[in-house]
Design a protein around this ligand. Sequence first.
Ligand code: ADP
Ligand code: MG
Length: 234
Amino acid sequence: MIKASSLLRVRDLRKSYRSGDHRLEVLRGVDFDLATGEFVAVVGQSGSGKSTLLHLMGLLDAADSGEIELGEMRIDRLPSARRDRLRNSAIGMVFQAYHLLPELDALENVLAPLMVRHGVIEWLRVRREARARAAELLARFGLGGRLHHKPRQLSGGEMQRVAIARALVTQPRVLLADEPTGNLDEATGGEILDTLCELNRADGLSIVLVTHDAAIARRADRIVRLAAGRVEAA
Ligand code: ADP
Ligand code: MG
């Protein structure tokens, strides 16, 4: 049964990869629900398909079959322009390797999704407000003094906080995080987790966090496990 409060719904999702004449079935009928305001960790061994699942939910890749709904809307199989708009408004993503643009400073990295959204002419009209919002987010994450640092001038934890600000500047309905502490030492990773918990508790941000680390997963409200291509309660 679909829960009324459920924000993100995945039904019977299947994904396989071909390598030569071999077919690797990574997801074999995944069912997954995220309630509004919930913080769920997805655990599973390396290679179990965690990133594959997150990428499908983030519309970075297409499943072989199954359905994904966000709110009231089915979001898989959208025409590419609508899919890109949705990724730029309703879904925020954070990755292990940050994926910041090296030539842009912290503020510009955070602004990039809004520049993409608005286009040149409209950007001139909205940029003041956008810059204020981006700077405010960076300040909230302790980076008020780093607005004009390039990624190479930032620590790993600082880069990840810029990446989180970039994911949130569009005010998404859900944040999808793939091993966001994977490149960080334990203390710095703990600070990133504190930030995610605070966003969940204080702002009601709905979060899916993928991790292979049980200690990290315990910070979430609920843990599910991906094994043998399916999601089970953990
Ligand atoms: P996890 O994130 O849980 O470590 P992944 O979702 O990255 O696992 O990968 C699941 C399996 O799918 C792995 O065996 C991986 O090698 C394979 N895989 C992932 N992406 C591709 C791809 N683009 N082409 C072929 N195989 C892939
Ligand atoms: Mg992975």
